[in-house]
Design a binder for this molecule. Sequence first.
Ligand SMILES: NC(=O)c1ccc[n+]([C@@H]2O[C@H](COP(=O)([O-])OP(=O)(O)OC[C@H]3O[C@@H](n4cnc5c(N)ncnc54)[C@H](O)[C@@H]3O)[C@@H](O)[C@H]2O)c1
Length: 372
Amino acid sequence: MVKYSQWLRKGKLDVFDMSDIKVALVGIGNCASALVQGVEYYRDARASDEIIGLDHPDFAGYHVRDIDFVAAVDVVEGKVGADLAEAIFAEPNNVMKFAKIEKTGVKVHRGRELDGVDKNLKALANVSDAKEADVVDVLRDSRADMVICLIPGSAEKATKFYAQAALDAGCAFINGTPISIASDPEWDRKFKDKRIPLVGDDIQDQLGSTVLHRNLMQLLVSRGVKIDESYQLDVGGGAESLDSHYRGRMRKRGVKSSAVGQDVPYDAPIVAGSSDFVPFMDNSRDSYFYIHGRQFGGAPIKIDIRMEVTDGPNAGPILFDAIRGTKLALNRGIGGALESISAYGFKMPPKPTKMYRAERWVEEFLLGKREL
Ligand SMILES: NC(=O)c1ccc[n+]([C@@H]2O[C@H](COP(=O)([O-])OP(=O)(O)OC[C@H]3O[C@@H](n4cnc5c(N)ncnc54)[C@H](O)[C@@H]3O)[C@@H](O)[C@H]2O)c1
């Protein structure tokens, strides 16, 4: 994909607007922290260099450094009222620090709490008593192109509130949470009617448990192994692991299990989900994979794997690409759910497909050969 984005950058294709990409962040947790740090960390990355952890310094005609955070919203003490540079390291965030962030001049506004902070998260953070901001005004005043929603995965009412706020302010919406927005035909229609792009739902990490599991399944299927059963268990120490263990367990299990099943062309019992919150793990996540199948002559095959990753940074490259793909869609005046970017970077897209096909859709989208 790098090749296509370089063409775009050189202006050989449709480039309408090469100004910065103005992003509003909602939910200044571990994921948002890694994203903000990542822009600094990869500011000077060049496609010709060997870069650790980033395959597309340029994408859709934009470099990572073209991403500009212009507004921020959260609801907890220590983040609300702070400069974004401080809020990304405020407790209970526990993601690794890999970039030094100078003051940004962007103050975190107090958003609407709704179901964002449950009793478990309240044990880690106090809800701010600052006056609630008018989120639509915040978005309009910041001239944000898009909103990225990175609030807890069980916050259904709050996610819908911010999706509506983005619509009202005329901003595109990227939904990192597992709440159905881009995959909901009703929201798709609302964004289409206003010609505003919509992307989601639930980020598929750079190398997270879902993408590794999907690739293992694909490999087994393509090698003629019959998969009999498989499970994948996750434990982590970030606030999101707390949320997905207590509140969002069944939702997360549904999204992850069906995402993994997408690459198996027959019914097989597959269970993938979050299994526990382990506070001393900080923002790391351990995933355990088990697959049982049969190969030539019915001979049994069994796979047991353990993977350890850091959660926040794992979402970084996908969000970078989603932001730049969304900006391209804005430039083209496209509205509604972006099928290509969503299928490529999210676990619950509006149009699920196999991974290799999602990558092809993205290439076609970048080249203007595919509308969504
Ligand atoms: N690799 C990843 O981190 C990854 C992968 C897939 C999906 N996701 C999704 O991304 C989202 C963010 O993950 P995270 O690890 O950064 O979570 P987190 O718990 O670290 O951060 C969530 C933030 O949202 C804030 N918040 C809570 N209610 C709010 C409200 N009503 N308004 C504004 N802010 C509110 C919290 O105070 C916190 O700062 C989750 O929904 C998660 O499921 C993350």
